[in-house]
Structures are given as structure tokens and as C-alpha cells.
Ligand binder design. Structure first.
Ligand SMILES: [Fe+2]
Length: 375
């Protein structure tokens, strides 16, 4: 048997090991011991080794490379750890583990309507590969339309369940958008609905919104959608100081009525861990009175208003009309939506909606498209 033995250098807190590409990489002893393959239970796939219960800091007795693996015999315990050099190479530079759901966003503009990813609900129910395509569209473009929806409450639930659990808000698990006699919310009137993202007053506003059109025979009531990330990217390029202030300053949002008083502070422009725009939180009808330093507002308000005006530009706004049997699904932290006024006496308009979580959607995507660490 071929046996390749390469020198491993032991240092005080870690060791240096030659990798297959000819480089030498440093690894910390705690990390090497904690992530020993024997630390993980293959059935539960959870870590069963608990480094908090080790009496002493891990130190190797011996360490060497044998047959493509680093082999460490630990001092003070009867335990040998073997890490393949391929495994070590993945963690050698402190780079994040590959995430299939971390897809670059593709921003879109007013002409996107024809290009929106479209799916048929019965086909989605049958074909997991289509569900993966749907989620990919959600991650990249933030919006998709699902046609051929069953005309039932269950139809919405089973569709949402394809990507996650229904996630309640303080309004409950589902909401019905139609005209109400005593409205507690603008959505429940026939008036125009300003461009907004939903429930910004929640600590963490829901991630994915479903709007299932059950009836739409009224005059007016066009659906308005835009990509908040596209607008924020333009602001970043054209007015970097405004972008900075909107992405760094949390502002108060509220939702208050007789028996609730929900409050939060959110950034109007949200950034992801790469520093890229991930989305926006915007709602004129739920922005609380800004309790910020008044002279700071000399700078904040012009930036805020500039951004609010940009959102209304024809460059970004898709206007279209959804029909009964369609469900639009969109990223509630990115896609800004609204509605033109309609005539409540001209027919029926009924939308039923719910939310799911973005983290759970990414989880579903990873499970559908990749192997993970344990398969
Ligand atoms: Fe809304």
C-alpha cells in the first residue's frame, strides 16, 4: 500500500499541515477536535461531542498525514481524529461554506411583467424540480406568479407548504383583502393603497408573501409591484450619502388599534452579509413619528423623500391585473407593492393571503438541490 507521510508542524494552539495543492494551512486544535468526524451522529446528523465537557484544552500527542488524511492522536484521551485533506482544504481559508441558496440577485424594472417566472399549481404539487425552479426565481428575482390555483382556502395552504410553514403575523395566519364595513387597515377599503412592504411594525416582518386572487371583477384595482433592490441600487450609485443614511439608520414603524400596539425599528434599505442590497422596508401608513434628533432629520428626510419618490417612478413600476385563480408570491423584504383604487360596487374583489419564512424557503431549496454534509 502506498503510504504518503508529510511533515506536520505542531505549534502552541494549532498545527500546520501540507495540503494537496502544495500550500500549507494552519488549523486550531479546538477546531480539529470539535469537528472530528466521530463528533457527529450519522442518524440525527447532530453533533454529539461536547467540547464544553473536555477537561483540558485539546493538544495532540502525535499528528501526521497518512493516505490523504491528517491523523491526530490526542493527549490525555484515547481518541484518534482523522480528517481528509479534501475536508481540510474547504476550511483552510476561513471562507464560508458553499451555500446553494446564496444566489446573486437579478434586479428588474418596469418591463418585467412578461418575464415573471410563472408556474402551474397542479404541476408544482407533482414535481419537486419545479418547486426548486420556483424558489430559485424567488431568490434571484423575488417574485413569481402561480396559475391554475384551486378556488379554495386549502389551495393556498398546500401551495405555501411547498416552500415552508404558514407564518402568522399579529393579524393571524391568513388575511382576507376585500372591502370591510369598519376597516382597521387601508387594505380593507377600496381606496388606492400606497406602495409598501407588509407589517414593518413586526420585529421581523414576514419574508415571503402569497396573494391568492379568488375574485376580481371590479373596475380598477390594478396591482402595482416594483423591485426595491433595483431602486436602492440606483440610489447607491446616484446619491451615495442618501443610500448610506437610509441603510444605516433604523426608523420606527407602528401598527396600533384598540387592542394592539406593535412597534419596531427597521432600516429602510436592508443589506445582506455581502454588503449588497437585499431589500427594503417601506410603508408610509405604518411609519411612526420619527423620534430622531431634529437636526439629524435635516439630512434624513431629504434622503427618505428622494427614495420614496424614486419608488414611484415609471422606470420601476409594473402595473398589471391579476385574475381569479392566480397567486402572486413575492419577497416581502424586497418587492414593494400597492394597488390602484377600485370601484367597490362594480363587482367582487377578494384576495386571500398568507406568509412563509425566507430562511425556511432557502432550507427547502438546499434540500431540493444539493446533498448537504451528511448524504
Ligand atoms: Fe400589502
Amino acid at each position: 500500500m502506498d503510504q504518503i507521510v508529510s511533515p506536520v508542524t505542531l505549534e502552541a494552539n494549532g498545527l500546520r499541515v501540507p495540503l494537496k495543492d502544495g500550500s500549507t494551512a494552519y488549523f486550531n486544535y479546538y477546531w480539529l477536535r470539535d469537528n472530528c468526524p466521530t463528533s457527529f451522529d450519522s442518524q440525527t446528523r447532530e453533533r454529539t461531542f461536547d467540547i464544553f465537557h473536555q477537561k483540558d484544552a485539546p493538544q495532540p500527542q502525535t499528528a501526521r498525514v497518512v493516505e490523504g488524511s491528517l491523523e491526530i492522536s490526542w493527549r490525555g484521551e484515547e481518541h484518534v481524529t482523522r480528517h481528509t485533506l479534501d475536508f481540510l482544504a474547504k476550511y483552510a481559508k476561513g471562507e464560508r461554506r458553499f451555500d446553494p441558496a446564496d444566489l446573486p440577485r437579478k434586479v428588474w424594472f418596469a418591463d418585467h411583467y412578461e418575464k415573471i417566472a410563472r408556474f402551474s399549481q397542479p404541476e408544482l404539487m407533482r414535481d419537486k424540480a419545479l418547486v426548486a425552479e420556483w424558489i430559485k426565481a424567488m431568490l434571484v428575482e423575488g417574485v413569481a406568479i402561480i396559475n391554475d390555483m384551486p378556488d379554495s382556502n386549502e389551495g393556498l395552504t398546500e401551495t405555501a407548504r411547498l416552500i415552508g410553514h404558514v407564518r402568522p403575523t399579529f393579524f393571524g395566519e391568513y388575511f382576507d383583502v376585500r372591502t370591510h364595513i369598519k376597516p382597521t387597515n387601508l387594505a380593507y377599503t377600496a381606496k388606492a393603497l400606497e406602495l409598501h412592504t407588509d407589517t414593518p411594525a413586526e420585529d421581523v416582518a414576514p419574508g415571503v408573501q402569497f396573494l391568492h386572487v379568488r375574485a376580481n371583477s371590479v373596475e380598477g384595482g390594478a396591482n402595482l409591484f416594483l423591485d426595491g433592490a433595483a431602486v436602492a441600487n440606483d440610489l447607491r450609485r446616484e446619491h451615495p450619502e442618501d443610500f448610506k443614511i437610509l441603510s444605516e439608520t433604523p426608523i420606527p414603524y407602528y401598527c396600533e388599534h384598540d387592542d394592539y400596539d406593535v412597534r419596531s425599528r427597521q432600516h429602510v434599505i436592508e443589506l445582506d452579509s455581502h454588503g449588497e442590497v437585499s431589500g427594503v422596508t417601506i410603508s408610509q401608513h405604518m411609519a411612526d413619528i420619527f423620534d430622531l434628533d431634529q437636526s439629524f432629520l435635516d439630512r434624513y428626510y431629504p434622503a427618505f423623500v428622494r427614495f420614496g419618490k424614486m419608488l414611484q417612478s415609471d422606470k420601476y413600476l409594473m402595473r398589471f391585473r391579476l385574475s381569479a385563480g392566480q397567486c402572486i408570491v413575492f419577497d416581502n423584504h424586497r418587492i414593494v407593492h400597492g394597488r390602484a383604487a377600485y370601484s367597490a360596487t362594480s363587482g367582487d374583489r377578494y384576495l386571500r393571503g398568507c406568509y412563509t419564512d425566507r430562511g425556511e424557503m432557502r432550507s427547502t431549496y438546499r434540500a431540493l438541490t444539493t446533498e448537504g454534509r451528511f448524504k
